[in-house]
Design a protein around this ligand. Structure first.
Ligand code: GLC
Length: 632
């Protein structure tokens, strides 16, 4: 009798499992059928290889079946609420794991601090296996399925993403798909002359074709890694290396490369990633006689990635790293019917912001913001003041010309200004990849150092410190007002300054980007609750802004956003509205008290930081001050 009951119970469980399985299969089938035709069409257009396509489809299914149950339910949840990431509570923070907390377990132990910062999205800078001394800050990956030993293991990563999800924190990682490290297994085999693996890169047995490429392909690192090709004596070939010589460009004309990289992508998303930052995406397709940037095939590949993720892991967002002028960035959103990336960096706005800090003239920034505001509201930009990379002065020089500024001398001015060479500048920082031929140079420094906090601290000048903190906080307030999602660089929340220690590390000394990639100073972070310290002042001011942003629905990323004329070149005014609510932000970029001649006559307004009523007409605004005026 007992045995029969037991058997019946077992049968029931088996039935349940089979039914669950069926349901799961149904979900997959539905997604797959929805996208199959387009995926096949795009794949065939690029590769004309149906057996490789069939292999891709088989593997997609395997990755889906391997995907954890919690992630699958997150997929379903986000599939029904696709705008989940456009909410006003989205706030990102980016950091290198070792700099932030030693290792992955350390990051897990700091989640309370991350919550205290109101951050609900963390970007873990590259953490996959890479060769010390030839790592480009982790952007030279030697194994896409292994975590750097000193940071922990894949299990630690899974544990971290699970812990983050419990707290509602999203996790982002880099997917460096343009190249592998020369220490990657494929590269090692290619170096030994294995043709199968050589075909995954771009090899040439003499310099004829490389020199043809060099005619049209610009250089990314003209000083630290000049040229686009590297001679490999072991197999007597040149290999294409757009970035550093140890970063070998992958050849996406080979479907094996595409398939394998998609398997790596799915492997990583299955570890619980919410956001995948596609590194250096414009570079992934190469053609002779072109600049090898933004070619149409790049969009085919990104679209295929989007489809693959919609089928296997639809909760995952694609963030494209397109560090280019606006007209080249926007196509990476794709179209409404055929979307590509969910989010892109607002890089021109970032660079234009620092131009505005140096010139105290908002005209170019206003123009730039107007361009962003005229784009469809569904386009989500990531806004930032600083990231791990240099600031390239990619400004709208045509527009600047109309204001009497020429590209070369202006770049020189900006670099001089931020190095602190210009009278009145309190910034500190260093040049990056100064090109002796073109005279071009980019810039490195933390937000705080560029705002004058480093200099004021060094000189123990309280007045200057107060001014620097005001500028720093105003810039954050302005960034929060922009259309999109703000991302902080870890350490900025406590005003961390440049870290010159990199010069003593032979592996880093040549790359001044390490100046603003210093380790988080937890000693200073202890001061966040003390309003008499620099850290406390900045942290608490940002906290107030974060609270406001979370509370006010006009901060959703798809709100209406526009600029307002202030009749003063140093004062920027941005309006936002959503569902009958309206807030206008007024920002004084100059070190003088000013009046913004705005004239909003549609009612009474309250300033959200001070709680005071302020009429949005002829607003007096202190040096480096700002207001968030909410319509009552
Ligand atoms: C991206 C990264 C940068 C890196 C480059 C090469 O631009 O942001 O840090 O050097 O890709 O991978």
């Amino acid at each position: 009798m007992k045995k029969i009951i037991k058997e019946k119970k077992q049968n029931k469980i088996d039935d349940m499992i089979i039914n669950d399985q069926k349901e799961i299969e149904e979900v997959y089938k539905k997604r797959f059928e929805k996208h199959y035709d387009e995926l096949r069409w795009l794949y065939m257009e690029l590769y004309e290889n149906s057996s490789m396509f069939a292999e891709l489809c088989d593997n997609m299914k395997c990755f889906y079946l391997e995907r954890g149950e919690e992630l699958k339910s997150l997929d379903l949840e986000r599939e029904t609420y696709r705008d989940w990431y456009k909410k006003n509570d989205m706030l990102g923070m980016m950091f290198y794991i070792d700099n932030f907390a030693g290792n992955i377990k350390g990051v897990e132990s700091k989640l309370d601090y991350i919550e205290q910062c109101h951050v609900n999205y963390i970007h873990l800078m590259p953490f996959l296996e890479t060769e010390e001394g030839r790592s480009d800050g982790g952007y030279a990956v030697s194994d896409f399925r292994k975590v750097q030993k000193n940071l922990g293991s894949m299990e630690d990563l899974e544990s971290l993403t699970e812990a983050c999800h419990k707290k509602g924190i999203n996790v982002c990682m880099d997917f460096v798909m343009n190249h592998t490290s020369e220490d990657h297994e494929w590269a090692k085999k290619a170096r030994q002359g294995d043709g199968e693996y050589m075909s995954r890169y771009f090899f040439f047995d003499n310099s004829d074709i490389p020199s043809l490429y060099d005619r049209t392909v610009p250089q990314v690192f003209p000083t630290t890694a000049p040229g686009n090709f590297t001679w490999i004596p072991d197999n007597s070939h040149f290999v294409m290396t757009t970035f550093y010589p140890y970063q070998w460009d992958l050849n996406y004309k080979n479907p094996r490369v595409f398939n394998e990289m998609m398997y790596n992508f799915l492997y990583l998303t299955n570890k619980g990633m919410d956001i995948i930052r596609i590194d250096a995406v414009p570079y992934i397709w190469k053609e002779l006689n072109t600049q090898c940037r933004n070619l149409p095939q790049v969009h085919t590949i990104v679209r295929m990635m989007r489809i693959i993720s919609e089928i296997v892991c639809p909760s995952v967002l694609l963030l494209g790293e397109v560090v280019m002028e606006p007209e080249k960035v926007v196509p990476y959103f794709g179209t409404v019917e055929k979307p590509e990336c969910h989010m892109l960096y607002n890089v021109t706005t970032m660079a234009t912001t620092w131009h505005t800090v140096a010139t105290k003239d908002i005209r170019l920034l206003k123009r730039q913001l107007d361009i962003v505001h005229s784009l469809p509201k569904d386009y989500v930009f990531l806004n930032y003041l600083r990231c791990h990379d240099d600031i390239g002065w990619g400004l709208d020089y045509e527009a600047l010309k109309a204001d009497g500024m020429q590209e070369r001398p202006h770049k020189q001015y900006l670099n001089d200004y931020f190095q602190g060479y210009i009278e009145g500048s309190n910034s500190r920082g260093e040049l990056y990849n100064a090109d002796p031929i073109t005279g071009d140079a980019r810039f490195c420094g933390t937000t705080a150092s560029m705002c004058g906090i480093e200099k004021a601290g060094f000189e123990k000048n309280d007045k200057a410190m107060e001014k620097a903190i005001k500028l720093d906080v105003m810039l954050h307030a302005y960034m929060f007002m922009q259309s999109g999602i703000p991302v902080l660089y870890s350490g900025d929340e406590i005003g961390q300054v440049n870290d010159y220690m990199y010069k003593q590390d032979i592996h880093k000394a040549d790359d001044s980007r390490y100046l603003h990639r210093g380790a988080m100073n937890w000693e200073l972070a202890k001061n966040i609750s003390n309003p008499n310290t620099v850290e406390g002042k900045i942290f608490q001011s940002l906290e107030r802004l974060e609270q406001i942003r979370k509370k006010e629905k006009v901060f959703v990323s798809n709100a209406d956003t526009w600029t307002i004329e202030t009749w003063d070149r140093a004062i920027l005014c941005i309006g936002r509205s959503f569902e009958n609510e309206k807030i206008i932000g007024v920002f004084n970029f100059s070190e003088f008290d000013k009046t913004a001649w705005i004239n909003e006559t549609d009612g009474d307004y309250m300033e959200l930081i001070s709680g005071k009523e302020i009429k949005p007409m002829g607003v007096n605004i202190p040096a480096y001050g700002f207001y968030y005026l909410k319509k009552k």
